[in-house]
Structures are given as structure tokens and as C-alpha cells.
Design a protein around this ligand. Sequence first.
Ligand SMILES: Cc1ncc(COP(=O)(O)O)c(C=O)c1O
Length: 388
Amino acid sequence: MSIISSLSPRAVAAPESGIVEVVNYARGREGLLPLWVGEGDLPTPDFINQAAMQALAAGETFYTWQRGIPELRQALSDYYLRHFGIRLPSEHFYVTGSGMQAIQIAIHAITSPGDEFVYLTPAWPNIAAALEIAGARSVGVELQFEGGTWTVDLGRIEAAITPKTRGLFINTPSNPTGWTATKKDLGDILTLARKHNLWIMADEIYARYFYAGGRAPSFLDVMEPGDKVMFVNSFSKNWSMTGWRVGWIVAPPETGQVLENLIQYSTSGVAQFMQKGAVAALNEGDAFVQSNIDKATLARDILCDALIATNRVQTLKPDGALYAFLSIDGVNDSRKAVIDIVDKTGVGLAPGTAFGAGGERFLRACFLRDPAQVTVAAERLCDYILKI
Ligand SMILES: Cc1ncc(COP(=O)(O)O)c(C=O)c1O
């Protein structure tokens, strides 16, 4: 028996990320403008680093609370009051090692092998892969693309629900499409979940990147106590902390011991000094998050206006999140296209093939970057597009 065939078939079946594939192809090239992965160009701001470094210097290096240090859970509670207008006691919050791990824990908390979970595609690929690795079946339901914009069809979601379905994964604003559920969409999805006794796993990590102003509509705006909604979230995008790997879950307090146990048997908690950095991010970081939002707003306009002006591109400005998701007339194989584009223009994009059904002919560009760099990237891309 070969070494590979002796491994778990589920582990072996996990796909290589289609985003990482192109990054590996052109990583480190001279003059590269990397719009391929979902992160900004700024390192973590100093006030966050200082808080972590002080905790480290003070010897905060021991095992700590599995659910997160009380100070951080309180800071999360205060953050939701400031930005979502809702006071959730700190028992609702659980600190995790990244948004990705929040998703994994939520999957383990909700599903058993053989269960089904419905999600909307095109989608960030990790959700389907994480479900499959856990032995659940990921069931994609396509968003509809018309006139450059994405919409959800409730009938299609309902048609995908079977007796094995345990929940709906709803990422709004969406990576990669920018689709952002309206309050009515959220209310309708919640009604559907209640009717079929399903969990909602709400991934609202881009809620603050909402270009109509304020934050995006949230399930918190429509749900009632007792609704089965588990939120997964992350420090990565708002506070430029992608490399820290810290996230959180918001869940009904009744789930507390189960979530704590799942954290115990995976990472056994996030390092205390990193949690101190996260406290600083929440308590002192509102102005920094706003500067990231302002930058994304400007860069989104620069990139999308330039692309749309070529008249060869189908996309509208996304309502939320950090991505332009565009299709170029005459380009059908996005995997081939991103290689050609990075070779000819030095602009790194992610192929739509990485995001599942409905995404195949699209290209994704993350615009949370210095607007001057985004301007150059837009010029190079438009030049390329007009020559096809
Ligand atoms: C929709 C969505 N959810 C969750 C995550 C996970 O973020 P992280 O693991 O960096 O905290 C990402 C990252 O790109 C994302 O796009």
C-alpha cells in the first residue's frame, strides 16, 4: 500500500487552492502588483503590536482561557454595541485561531459526517473544502449574475434543502462576488432556516466594508433570541492582521461548553499575548479600520471605473467586501488568463475557477491597496483587455 493511499481519503481529496497555485507560479517577481489574495498592503499598526509585545515581555506566555481572555470577550461585546447597535453579553463570544478556524469549529459543532450544508457560489473555496474534510457534504447554490450584479434566489436555496441539510453558510458581503444581502434577503433566509430547522453559519467578516456607508446589513438586525445563528469572524481584514491568525465566533451562550471543548481539542486556545493585541485592535482601532475602509472605497472606484470604461468587461462596483470580480469579453478560461495576465502585465489576479460553480469565467482582484498602486494595476489591466 502506498503512503498516500494509506492516508485518509478525505484528507487526500482536499483540493489545492486555485489561488495559491497562481501565487506560487509568480511569487516574488520584480514589479509584481499582487491583487490575488484577500489582504491589504499595510502591516499591522504599531499600537496593536505594542500591546502584544508588552504582554509578551510581561511573561503572558502561559496556557490561558479556552474561550478567550475575559478582557477580549468584553472588548468584542463593546465592539458590537458600537458598530452593530446591539449589547450581547460576553458569554456570546469565543476567540479562535483565525476566521478559518472559527469556520472549522462551527462546522464541527453543527455537522456530523454525512450531513449536508448549503452555501452560495461563487464562494471563497475554503468553506466547501472544510465541510468535506469534516465529512459533511457541501451543496453549492449559484447566485445569479445579471447586468453586472449578483442576486440570490430563495427558491433555489429551498430546492437544495434535503432531510440531511443541517445549515446554510451565508457569507455577506461575499468574497469573491461582493454580493451583499439586503435586510430583506437576510429576513427571508432566516425564515427559511426556521422553517426547515437549520443553523445559519453567518460569515460577516467584510461587514464593515460596505460602500453605501455604515456597515452591511447583518443577521443581528433580523434575528430573535433563540434563533440558531453562529457568526464566524476575524481580525484579519479590518485591522490588517491576516498573519496573526486570530478570529472569533458569536454564538448562543447555550453552545458555550461545546465550543470550549472543540477549542480545547484543536488549538487549546489563542496565545494570551496575541489576545492582548486583539484587545488593543478593538478598543483603540476604530480610526484605523475607518482608514482601511476609506482606502478601499477610493481604490474600488479607481479599479472598477477604469475596467468598466473599457466596455469589454462585465462587472459593477461591488456593494461590499474587497474584491472586483469581473469577466472579460472573450475570456472563458480564467485559470489560463491569470497566468497570461501576470506574465504580460505583472498584475496578480485570482482565477474564478477557484471559487466554484458560476465563477469559471471571472477574475478576482483585491483592491485594499495604496490607490497609486491600484491606479497602475488598473492601467496595465485595461491595456491588456483592450488588446485582446
Ligand atoms: C469569506 C471569508 N471568510 C473567512 C476568511 C478567513 O479569514 P482568516 O482565516 O484570515 O481569519 C476569509 C479570508 O479570506 C474570507 O474571505
